[in-house]
Design a protein around this ligand. Structure first.
Ligand SMILES: Cc1cc2nc3c(=O)[nH]c(=O)nc-3n(C[C@H](O)[C@H](O)[C@H](O)COP(=O)(O)O)c2cc1C
Ligand SMILES: CCCCC(=O)C(=O)O
Length: 380
């Protein structure tokens, strides 16, 4: 796979992590064709160099979902991220805070959201709606109580499809580690030491109170099975009526769904195919972006994720109608490779490339990128 600007981070992450977790991060659904297509779609667009424009200062400041960030980049919600490094979700949130960007906290965060919120970062709680709505109500209450004024409802996980690498490794398919898994953990003593010292290992802390099971693997299996496949548009309306803050719907891939979510009162959309981890084969997110942007016509802000690996990818997405992008695996790799510092370096790497591309395209700020639109782009 082409990990773009993050190849060094992903290589190191694969060295540091037991295979169980490295494969969980890297893998996708079924034949992993969507994952490959996400990357290929960015390869279809060039950005045309322009000169003789004043680019002596490049400003990456961005507004999206009613928030202000220093970069048009958001850290996507990632389940079980605390298993990738002892700094865990708090480490990532700390890095996001330092760089002035936002972050989604997964329902399946190893650290309870209250601890992540204590970093002071601009966070949104990602919500998987459970069959037992009382659990969801409780999760919303907790988000509100720890000062989060935005939630992200993920709608592309009605079921979890086969992910062959996870099946092979027994991720989420077993409740107790096998001998092979144990041997894999023991072959990574510095990772293991960090986990034991950090105390994250025993629980998916954010939902530990909602499951009777012990241990990350058993809890992962049980809570993923709790996700309500019966979720429908009425539930979105219910959530809209229940939650007074910002409501973003993640996993939109069709213009009709984008329009419907906007009509129900969502404040924002994330165009996402879950990084190729859910539907396979799905179209690339970049390929569906123009039609969705046209359908919503500026009524709600659009963020895009799945396959962002270069600054040029970000600029292309913004020129085609996104207000910001989010990154998933890149920050997982950064965290695994170097904790909070690694996530910070991932953000710095991307910021540098975005700035390079904008300067050479004669686009000094994000408004200029959006205004230039397709005029800045070349379709190969
Ligand atoms: C390890 C991992 C865990 C994820 N867990 C969640 C999750 O708990 N909730 C969610 O909405 N999306 C989850 N996602 C999807 C991401 O939020 C995001 O949509 C995706 O990673 C973007 O693609 P990219 O990894 O190519 O950047 C996960 C992705 C990865 C790689
Ligand atoms: C529903 C699967 C659990 C977390 C997740 O969203 C992912 O691994 O992609």
């Amino acid at each position: 796979m082409d990990d773009g600007a993050f190849a060094g981070f992903s290589e190191q992450a694969r060295r540091r992590l037991p295979r169980l977790f490295a494969d969980y991060i890297d893998g996708g659904a079924h034949g992993e064709r969507t994952m490959a297509r996400n990357r290929a779609a960015f390869g279809q667009w060039g950005i045309v160099p322009r000169g003789l424009r004043d680019v002596s200062s490049i400003n990456l400041a961005t507004q999206c979902f009613g928030r202000s960030w220093a970069l048009p980049v958001f850290l996507a919600p990632l389940g079980f991220a605390g298993m990738f490094h002892a700094h865990g979700e708090q480490g990532a949130a700390y890095a996001a805070h330092k760089r002035g960007v936002g972050m989604g906290v997964s329902t399946f965060s190893i650290a309870p959201m209250e601890k992540v919120a204590a970093t002071g970062a601009d966070l949104m709680a990602q919500i998987y709606v459970f069959r037992d709505r009382a659990l969801t109500r409780d999760m919303l209450e907790r988000a509100r109580a720890c000062g989060m004024d935005g939630i992200i409802l993920t709608i592309d996980t009605a079921i979890t499809p086969v992910r062959e690498r996870d099946m092979r490794n027994g991720f989420r398919h077993l409740s107790r580690p096998t001998a092979t898994q144990m041997a894999g953990l023991l072959r990574h003593p510095s990772w293991l030491y960090g986990q034991v010292r950090g105390g994250a290992m025993p629980n998916v802390g954010n939902i530990a109170g909602y499951t009777g099971s012990r241990g990350v693997m058993a809890q992962a299996r049980d809570v993923v099975a709790q996700i309500d496949a019966g979720l429908d548009w009425d539930d979105l309306a219910w959530l809209r009526a229940t939650w007074g803050g910002t409501l973003v719907v993640k996993g939109i891939m069709h213009p009709d769904d984008a329009i419907r979510a906007a009509e129900i009162g969502a404040d924002g959309l994330i165009i996402s195919n879950h990084g190729g981890r859910q539907m396979d084969p799905a179209p690339a997110t970049l390929d569906v972006l123009p039609a969705i942007a046209q359908a919503v016509g500026g009524r709600v802000d659009i963020m895009l994720d799945s396959g962002i690996r270069r600054g040029g990818d970000v600029v292309a997405a913004l020129a085609l109608g996104a207000r910001a992008v989010s990154i998933g695996r890149p920050w997982a790799w950064g965290l695994a490779a170097g904790g909070a510092r690694g996530v910070g370096l991932v953000l710095d790497t991307l910021a540098r490339e975005i700035s390079d591309v904008m300067a050479l395209a004669g686009l000094p700020d994000i408004a200029a990128v959006r205004a230039a639109g397709r005029n800045a782009l070349w379709r190969f």
